[in-house]
Design a protein around this ligand. Structure first.
Ligand SMILES: [Zn+2]
Length: 961
């Protein structure tokens, strides 16, 4: 209820900034500027400058359930020396291998594990960041360890090989990620005189001793040259007061030495005429078809209040009648188009990019797509830069800032320090949302520079011509100059297109009133209970100050997904209705309303956002949904998209491939991809239309509404929807599940689609019901993940992706182990798993009470903390909503199980699951595709299955109630 007073309290908070805080010490100075924050934000912010020159943002949040800290230094891969490429990244790794005050390697991570925390680091082209989360009471000690690691690292050469391997494994794994692959292709096609043209990540070959160039000397030099407090920024976020946080910052970050280091500015352009007007043909790791047009732009971070690039991107992505986006989709050339800029990636320069997701037709007629884009850019230029559009953008951004949906976690503080590197600290919170300096000249001059001659065209598809392999990521590509004739052809084609600029958005909310005045309950109530219609409703408990709601319409039906053909029909229909409603959902999204569909025992439609236009928009959507009649051409487009999606599921990372069968056996009935692939071709338009009709008509409707609506408003909306779609079903279908009731040992194995191997192993014991097994496996995962990681990754260096985590099979939970390796085969990995398993039981049984209770409390704290966004609040009800538990008790029951769980019970659960294997055990093995011999584990008595569906058939089933 406090939040309803925001307008008043906003003023009060502002006043407190002028009240002098007692800054008793001289080790820091408050930075005078007020940190511009959202009017709904109850947190207190203060930026200080430490005596060593480092700027630190302090955030005091009375409700913080965990503390966060981050540090960034404005040096990254662009500063790598030519002789040791990847050195910035390697330095990031080596810093955490022991420091003066805490000489043990990983003393930070060991400490954090004991205090419910974790940490990570990231290296970008222009900065390196370190960040952590930890229990509130352990904040100071955690930050002290981080500061000592950054300020006084031992840089012990004896760990160099271990970390070279870790860097190498990380970059090898990235071979299947298109973002990383394209990063390397981009580097190889930039101006060779710009440092951004070099390989950035590092590997065993670039990071090593060379004649006259020792890696260790290079590391020490790099560290001493750049790791200076004057180049650093930090964030400390906690439940403590600002003066306490300032003291912590001063005692920790304040000790880092300042030697007034300088990062030499980069003055060469990232792109010269030789690297413009080119076509980059690129073969992606995942099959997809895309046109991407990139332009080098000067770093305009300082002009963030003008939102110059946002203005242009906004018009490019905007969809109303006859805009570029509308035309491309109506012509069947594209599924979507968007644009955006990052001004900082090359430090002195950045990138403005336009991305088009192409259909088969769009790929074949890509010249028309390119022509339309430049036609539209000319239109924006010739019609003049318009203040109305800028005002609309400013309005939308201001709403986003006023009602943010932000999770304050490690990613958030990483983002904060990154933003501090880019903009003045007083605007660190609002810089992405602030648009109050309309600069038509800047927009004009940007538009003038977006010409075909200056563009770099990426054509991305599995069948692109290629004559080169990008270094280390092994990505095939080819670079050609755009022939003069092609520029002329685009100009001619431009003449054949006639486009319009967007209309102003009708869905931006004006009415932000709050309708619920009473104390909000903590769970939804069943307010309509009729045959075939349930409505569950609650005002938001945690976000009662936000004029937003989250609405789910679940059309449940047993017939909707029970055959392979219907599963294909679901996918095709989902694509086709997505195309039909793209304009509506685009405009709604600008107005802060999102739509999504998902298959949950039928069709589930979700809408969330500002309530002003939400009920009307949802009614309109539901009314139009059954009326969509796609064209034959659109159906072909949908089929091509569906086949591409099937193919890309088969092209995942090795660890994803290993996990797939374990996830898919719970999806009942599972149809193999090959089976669905064969069905696609023969499906007719009539079948799709009939299927869509039955999806709604034959369903029973269950509705969940959370947020800023009253019960009568909800009932009125539901009546309205019911009158339009008239669902006739009477049964709330809740799916069925496989049952584990006896020991069963199974194996699946395959060759992967990349050079890495992976092994997944899952263990689900019998004799534990759903709620108990959820609680047990959650705590087990929490405790053994760091052990598994430390043994198999840190000590044995078997791979980079190393996980132990809870995993359900049907509705019974167990524990899963997963590892991806770039050097070892599954057979060897399994041997190492087997050596690890008995150690776990011993450690579990020998653990001191205090340690066990600390783990338990850490998990409970996490589960009991307040949701950080309305989506998270609603998410806590979704499982019970899906299963028809209108008392919403599952979460509380699991918490009670964990509260009562003893060390012996947990060790016994582990023993039964993993050691004596009383239930379901499964190995899923993936062998790298470049191995000459594929070595799979073959434990005796285990049965090997060739498909997930044949394995699924061996389980008994039960219908969920
Ligand atoms: Zn790394």
């Amino acid at each position: 209820m406090l939040k309803q007073l925001t307008r008043v309290s906003g003023l009060l908070l502002l006043l407190t900034f002028w009240a002098p805080v007692v800054w008793s010490a001289t080790d820091w100075q408050p930075i005078a500027e007020t940190i511009h924050k959202s009017q709904n934000d109850p947190r207190q912010y203060q930026a200080i400058k430490l005596s060593n020159g480092m700027t630190v943002l302090l955030v005091s949040d009375a409700n913080a359930s965990k503390s966060l800290a981050a540090l960034a230094v404005s040096v990254g891969s662009l500063q790598d020396p030519d002789g040791q490429l990847g050195l910035a990244h390697f330095t990031e790794h080596m810093l955490l291998m022991g420091s003066k005050k805490y000489p043990k390697p990983e003393s930070l991570s060991e400490f954090l594990k004991m205090h419910g925390g974790s940490h990570n680091g990231s290296t970008a082209s222009y900065r390196t960041a370190f960040y952590l989360e930890v229990e509130n009471d352990a904040l100071k000690e955690a930050v002290d360890r981080l500061a000592d690691a950054v300020g006084e690292p031992l840089l012990d050469a004896s760990y160099a090989d271990k970390e070279r391997n870790a860097v190498n494994a990380e970059l090898t794994m990235a071979r299947s990620r298109d973002g990383m692959r394209m990063g390397q292709v981009r580097a190889e096609t930039l101006n060779p005189a710009h440092p951004g043209s070099r390989y950035a990540g590092g590997n065993l070959d670039t990071l090593k001793d060379k004649p006259g160039n020792s890696l260790h000397d290079a590391l020490v030099n790099f560290y001493h040259r750049y790791y200076s407090a004057n180049l650093m920024v930090g964030v400390i976020y906690s439940n403590k007061s600002l003066p306490e946080l300032a003291q912590i910052a001063s005692d920790t970050f304040g000790k880092i030495a300042n030697h007034n280091a300088v990062v030499p500015p980069i003055t060469v352009p990232s792109v010269t005429p030789a690297q413009q007007g080119i076509i980059i043909h690129y073969v992606p790791a995942e099959p997809r078809k895309q046109l991407r047009i990139e332009f080098a732009i000067d770093n305009n971070s300082a002009a963030f209040r003008s939102k110059t690039d946002t203005y242009i991107s906004y018009l490019i992505g905007n969809r109303s009648k006859n805009t570029l986006s509308d035309w491309l989709q109506k012509e069947g050339l594209a599924d979507g188009i968007n644009a955006g800029a990052d001004p900082m990636v090359q430090r002195n320069q950045g990138i403005f990019a336009i991305s088009v997701s192409l259909t088969d037709k769009g790929l074949a007629e890509k010249d028309r797509v390119i022509a339309a884009i430049f036609n539209y850019l000319s239109l924006i230029r010739s019609q003049g830069v318009k203040k109305e559009y800028f005002d609309e953008i400013a309005h939308v951004l201001a709403l986003d800032f006023r009602y943010p949906a932000v999770t304050r976690d490690m990613d958030y503080v990483e983002w904060l320090v990154d933003t501090m590197v880019r903009v003045p600290v007083d605007h660190v919170l609002d810089s992405p949302y602030l648009a109050d300096q309309f600069d038509p000249q800047a927009i004009d001059s940007r538009l003038d520079s977006l010409t075909p001659e200056k563009a770099r065209f990426w054509i991305i598809s599995p069948n692109e011509p290629h004559n080169k392999m990008a270094y280390f990521v092994d990505a095939p590509y080819e670079v050609d100059k755009v022939p003069a004739a092609e520029f002329t052809q685009w100009q001619q084609l431009e003449g054949q297109v006639s486009l319009s600029l967007p209309m102003l958005n009708p869905y931006i909310p004006e009415n932000l009133d709050l309708v619920n005045k009473s104390n909000a309950p903590v769970k939804p109530a069943l307010i309509v209970n009729k045959k075939g219609l349930h409505v569950l409703y609650m005002p938001s408990h945690d976000f009662s100050g936000e004029p937003k709601a989250d609405i789910t319409l679940a059309f449940r039906s047993e017939q909707s997904l029970n055959t392979a053909k219907k599963q294909v029909l679901y996918g095709l229909n989902d694509y086709l209705t997505g195309v039909a409603f793209d304009q509506l959902s685009y405009q709604a999204s600008i107005g802060g309303i999102g739509f999504a569909t998902s298959p949950d025992n039928g069709l589930e439609l979700n809408a969330n956002g500002f309530t002003n236009h939400l009920p009307d928009l949802l009614s309109e959507l539901v009314e139009e949904y059954p009326k969509v009649v796609p064209t034959p051409e659109q159906l072909e487009q949908a089929k091509s998209w569906y086949l591409e999606r099937l193919a890309s599921a088969d092209k995942g990372k090795a660890f994803e491939l290993a996990l797939q069968p374990i996830q898919l056996i719970s999806r009942l009935p599972y149809s193999e991809r090959e089976v669905r692939e064969k069905l696609v071709k023969s499906i007719t338009l009539k079948e799709v239309v009939d299927y869509r009709k039955s999806l709604l008509d034959d369903a029973a409707l269950e509705v969940l509404v959370v947020g800023n609506m009253t019960a009568p408003q909800v009932e009125k909306m539901v009546n309205n929807i019911e009158a339009k779609v008239k669902p006739r079903g009477t049964q709330f279908w809740r799916g069925s599940r496989i049952i584990i009731d006896r020991p069963k040992k199974v194996n699946m194995q395959r060759v992967g689609t990349s050079t890495d191997s992976a092994l997944a192993a899952v263990y689900v014991p019998v004799g534990y019901d759903e709620v108990r097994s959820m609680g047990y496996s959650a705590l087990l995962g929490q405790i053994i993940q760091p052990w598994f990681y430390s043994q198999l990754r840190t000590q044995e260096q078997l791979g980079y992706a190393v996980f132990a985590f809870p995993m359900p099979v049907g509705k019974q939970w167990g524990i899963s182990f997963l590892l991806q390796s770039n050097s070892k085969q599954p057979k060897y990995l399994y041997e190492r798993y087997l050596a690890f398993y008995p150690q776990v039981e011993k450690r579990l049984r020998d653990m001191k009470d205090a340690e066990f209770n600390q783990y338990k409390q850490g998990l409970l704290n996490e589960m009991l903390q307040n949701p950080q966004t309305m989506t998270e609040e609603v998410g806590r009800f979704s499982e019970d909503f899906s299963r028809g538990n209108d008392k919403f008790t599952t979460r509380a029951k699991v918490i009670a199980v964990i509260q009562g769980l003893t060390q012996k019970q947990l060790a016994d659960f582990y023993h039964q699951a993993v050691i004596s294997q009383t239930g379901f055990t499964m190995l899923s093995q993936v062998s790298g595709n470049d191995s000459k011999v594929h070595e799979y584990a073959a434990p005796s008595g285990w049965k090997t299955y060739s498909t997930t569906s044949s394995l699924q058939k061996t389980f008994p089933h039960q219908v969920n109630k």
